[in-house]
Write a protein that binds this ligand. Structure first.
Ligand SMILES: NC(=O)c1ccc[n+]([C@@H]2O[C@H](COP(=O)([O-])OP(=O)(O)OC[C@H]3O[C@@H](n4cnc5c(N)ncnc54)[C@H](O)[C@@H]3O)[C@@H](O)[C@H]2O)c1
Length: 297
């Protein structure tokens, strides 16, 4: 029987700080397929996430199909806004959420993985993180600083991760990021340069696929997911309207589930996806293919 088998593989999923987002669903699907999973978590959210895990608040979400409990091999602090330790500004370094975490940069993550598991400890890397400090502002009102911050954290961080983790990934590895169709169509309200960041992320995916493919034999893809009420999406403010609109106007008139994104990620990371690289895969119930809103007919 054809099945997704990731046993013996190790994954690093960056951008998990609760059980409500795509990163968690992807981590779980990878584990269900047999992979060992390490996480990279943003320092401001790390303490709360660890407490939730320790107090058993996420136990229901951690239950595996065989009745066991999903356990993360490591949870590393990661601020994907910084490539090397020296890039951290002094005030952040002294911040109570950062000062005891050591090197939280992308390179710091690579160094910790190497120290913990050796020279080539990884097979799968997932980038499931984004941040746009001015996301609620239209592009016309977005500052240069806010725009560049969105692009830095949400797009450049992926290029940085592929560059710095690429050498740690065993041949035939898989990199994956998460995007949103605001990169290619106007989604009013998805502002602050976030639409630009997603466009950059998708374009970079193609270039990185070429470069990482030729350099290491790795694959690089991006999933364009439909709207989902994660913590990050809920912060934008109109996620329920987006979900409702897509449900009404998609070929499959139902909301997406985070699990569907997770299982697609597991397939892409597996040898079954071995011919797929440089691609944007839509997990959106087909909404991207529509040209007219049914609900407005
Ligand atoms: N929710 C949606 O509707 C939707 C749709 C399409 C794509 N996406 C994308 O999916 C990905 C995951 O988002 P989500 O919606 O599951 O929300 P989420 O809140 O679960 O994940 C976002 C994560 O990014 C982390 N983060 C923010 N800044 C960071 C930094 N500087 N360094 C490291 N981590 C940082 C947050 O701590 C959080 O854990 C994002 O790229 C998002 O844009 C989301």
């Amino acid at each position: 029987m054809l099945g997704i088998d990731l046993s013996g593989k190790r994954a690093l999923v960056a951008g998990v700080a609760d059980d409500g987002g795509f990163g968690f669903a992807i981590a779980k699907a990878l584990a269900e397929a047999g992979a060992t999973v390490c996480l990279g978590t943003w320092p401001p959210a790390l303490g709360i996430f660890r407490t939730l895990l320790e107090r058993g608040k996420l136990d229901a979400s951690l239950v595996m199909p065989d009745g066991g409990k999903l356990a993360f091999e490591r949870i590393y602090p990661l601020d994907a806004d910084f490539d090397v330790d020296q890039d951290l500004p002094a005030e952040l370094r002294e911040n109570r959420r950062y000062r005891e975490q050591g090197d939280v940069s992308v390179q710091g993550l690579a160094d910790r993985l190497r120290a913990d598991f050796g020279e080539t400890p990884l097979d799968i890397v997932v980038h499931s993180l984004a941040n746009g400090p001015e996301v609620k502002k239209p592009l016309l009102e977005t500052s240069r600083k806010g725009y560049l911050a969105a692009v830095g954290v949400s797009a450049y961080s992926f290029a940085s991760m592929v560059a710095r983790l690429g050498p740690l990934v065993r041949p035939g590895g898989s990199f994956l990021a998460l995007t949103y169709m605001a990169s290619e169509r106007v989604i009013p309200g998805y502002g602050g340069g976030m639409s630009s960041a997603k466009a950059a992320l998708e374009s970079d995916t193609r270039t990185l696929a070429y470069e990482a493919g030729r350099k290491w034999g790795h694959r690089v893809n991006v999933i364009s997911a439909g709207p989902w009420a994660s913590r990050a999406a809920s912060a934008i403010g109109f996620i329920d309207t987006m979900i409702q609109y897509c449900q009404e106007n998609s070929p499959l008139p139902e909301p997406i589930s985070a699990r569907e994104v997770g299982t697609t990620a597991a397939f892409l990371a597996s040898p079954l996806g071995g011919g797929i690289t440089g691609t944007t895969i839509y997990v959106d119930k087909g909404y991207h293919s529509m040209g007219m809103a049914i609900s407005h007919r």
